[in-house]
Design a protein around this ligand. Structure first.
Ligand code: PXP
Length: 255
């Protein structure tokens, strides 16, 4: 994503769970496309959407609509995808600004861990190559693990997105010492990745209580946040929740 946010830190808004609510009734409301427009109007730098293999939230036609919207506004679409032939073909058809390769298991509630790039090397590597050749910026969603970071670089990914889920869960549980150790891992991972020339993103589970610490990691260029923003928007509206998240990010990363 390109952006001119303060402190060089961009906010990608993940709108998957607008589709979750829509799909609960099988109709068209609330529309992810409308949420994407509202998020961009409210100060998001880009839109993220995960087309899962089971289509539990975002649909193929959502991706078509979001691709068209982002292209028309010159805003980046970050397409989250499992490393499968089907998803690779869809990504190559739409050529989003970026594709973030994520692990996916049907029985999981959300993307629970990072991609095991080291173990999946032979499957992931050709997908990274095909996407890059099509002009798509490739990101790997990984734990802040030195081996995964080295493999991501060796595969030719331009970006790593560090999984912040465990850190955010520790904050929510009030486990201060554990959270501090997990934050140190994220800080070290960001430093290592940036040192290898990778752009560093971070995401998963971020809310108002955890955003400051992640945003303060100087190498992090982009946060991708979804569930909390969409949930909190029920109470205060998308505009207000995105505005507050942006200001907490800016506070942590003054220009
Ligand atoms: N980044 C990645 C790669 C993800 O898979 C997700 C969840 O879809 C997020 C960020 C956003 O996580 P959350 O919805 O918990 O904010």
């Amino acid at each position: 994503m390109s952006g001119s946010s303060r402190g060089g830190l961009r906010l990608g808004v993940n709108i998957d769970h607008v589709a979750t609510i829509r799909n609960a009734r099988g109709g068209t409301h609330p529309e992810p496309l409308r949420a994407a427009k509202a998020a961009l109007d409210a100060g998001a730098d880009g839109i993220t959407a995960h087309l899962r293999e089971d289509r539990r939230h975002i649909s193929d036609s959502d991706i078509e609509d979001l691709s068209r919207l982002c292209a028309s506004l010159g805003k980046p679409l970050n397409f989250e995808m499992a490393v499968t032939d089907e998803m690779t073909e869809i990504a190559l058809r739409h050529r989003p600004h970026a594709a973030c390769l994520v692990p996916e298991r049907r029985e999981e509630r959300t993307t629970e861990g990072g991609l095991d790039a080291a173990r999946g090397h032979t499957v992931i590597s050709p997908v990274v190559k095909r996407l890059r050749e099509a002009g798509v910026r490739v990101s790997l969603f990984i734990a802040p693990d030195p081996v995964q970071i080295a493999v991501a670089e060796a595969m030719g990914a331009q970006v790593v997105e560090l999984h912040t889920g465990a850190f955010c869960d520790a904050i929510k549980a009030g486990e201060t010492d554990h959270a501090a150790r997990l934050l140190a891992d994220l800080q070290e991972g960001a430093r290592l990745a940036a040192g290898r020339g990778l752009e560093v993103h971070a995401g998963h589970g971020i809310d108002f209580d955890s955003v400051g610490a992640v945003a303060a990691i100087p190498e992090v260029a982009e946060l991708n946040i979804g569930h909390f923003l969409i949930g909190e928007a029920i109470f205060v509206g998308l505009d207000a929740v995105i505005g507050k998240m942006r200001s907490l990010m800016d506070l942590a990363r003054p220009s």
